[in-house]
Ligand binder design. Sequence first.
Ligand SMILES: *[C@@H]1O[C@H](CO)[C@@H](O)[C@H](O)[C@H]1NC(C)=O
Ligand SMILES: *[C@@H]1O[C@H](CO)[C@@H](O)[C@H](O)[C@H]1NC(C)=O
Ligand SMILES: *[C@@H]1O[C@H](CO)[C@@H](O)[C@H](O)[C@H]1NC(C)=O
Ligand SMILES: *[C@@H]1O[C@H](CO)[C@@H](O)[C@H](O)[C@H]1NC(C)=O
Length: 389
Amino acid sequence: MVGFTFAQAVILVLTTSVLAVSMANKDWQFGPNNNWPYKGGPHRPKYSYHQPKYTHESPRKIAVGGSENWHFNFTYSDWAVKSGPFYINDTLVFKYAPPGPPPSPSHSVYLLPDLRSFLKCDFSKATMVANVTQGGGEGFEFVLEDWKPHYFACGEHNGIHCSQGQMKFIVVPLLRCTNWVGVIETNFSNLLQSLAQDPYSDMILVDGITLLCNDLQVDPQDIVMLVVSWHMKAATMCEFSKQEFLGGLQALGIDSLDKFRERIAFMRSELKDDQKFREIYNFAFGWAKEKGQKSLALDTAIGMWQLLFAEKQWPLVDHWCQFLQARHNKAISRDTWSQLLEFARTVDPTLSNYDAEGAWPYLIDEFVEYLIENGIIQSDQSDDLSQKL
Ligand SMILES: *[C@@H]1O[C@H](CO)[C@@H](O)[C@H](O)[C@H]1NC(C)=O
Ligand SMILES: *[C@@H]1O[C@H](CO)[C@@H](O)[C@H](O)[C@H]1NC(C)=O
Ligand SMILES: *[C@@H]1O[C@H](CO)[C@@H](O)[C@H](O)[C@H]1NC(C)=O
Ligand SMILES: *[C@@H]1O[C@H](CO)[C@@H](O)[C@H](O)[C@H]1NC(C)=O
């Protein structure tokens, strides 16, 4: 059978849009020709970026079927998937010869109203957009102006070109996300200029972050900067790449410094949400550790714990840090890092529900011993505990 089943078409529409979305996201991968204003080597004027240009952003003109043009027996649905994504204001060009003497076939372009009529090649409610002669010469141009699925088909020969000649395809044009980059970059250009101290670097480093914190009226040591970094998916503490910075702002829907400032209070409140706190906590490990290292330096870990557990008000945090300095004095593994949150979350600070037979890492069992030895835990349970240990 030539043509589609309903399921195939639904899959086509879905994969087309998923593909398109993932392709659209590619616009966020700032490649070597990116528009980061501070790149370009010493011969480029320092701040020549006031008009960011996104050449790939201007609408495309696309010949339907490529060099095959618009004819019988070519799989236009495959072509459409391969040629996507299509964006709003892109132009489709249908080229086909005007009808000659019979039996030379004639073609046209119709829009079908919905998926069902598309699958059945039912033209009863279709709209002709180009007649049999309009595909001659430079071809017929159709601008994708609307953000909706377009069901194109040839309406000639009682729909046989559609049902048997595969002269049909679906296009779901997308909005170009890069407009957003333009808006954000324009809005933040002065900020970005001042943040990246080295004019040729892609990175906002410590000095830039201090300036940013000034603008946001936040202390750079404030835990909310960790939440900002989490939203920006920043790879490393004390630095943002341009991609992280602009990508994060886009994801947060922030297009001005005022909005950024307003959002800080909300980000602070996100720490109160247990699920988000856990994500931020686990994010903090990779963010705070040195590049290329597997574990987190003890001093850094202790600093991060003080910061994070001040938020959770875990009363044993100081003892934990003292214990590590006295007994461990080594870098912290990711496993210890994440298990400690579980311990703080689930084990009562008096250790009344601590299970020595539980699957806690050795270091945490040792910590419990330390608490008891030093008389820090003085509840009745501690007797039972020391017997268990
Ligand atoms: C359609 O194209 C295929 C190969 O592309 C060919 O084998 C087949 O004969 C063609 N059918 C018609 C009806 O032209
Ligand atoms: C498409 O083009 C029209 C006319 O040039 C313009 O008004 C509109 O904003 C454009 N749409 C998008 C999403 O770029
Ligand atoms: C097709 O449309 C064009 C432009 O609207 C018109 O000039 C031409 O006569 C039409 N041809 C047919 C066969 O209807
Ligand atoms: C940022 O861009 C938006 C357009 O999306 C505009 O409304 C807003 O005023 C701009 N803010 C600043 C500070 O330039």
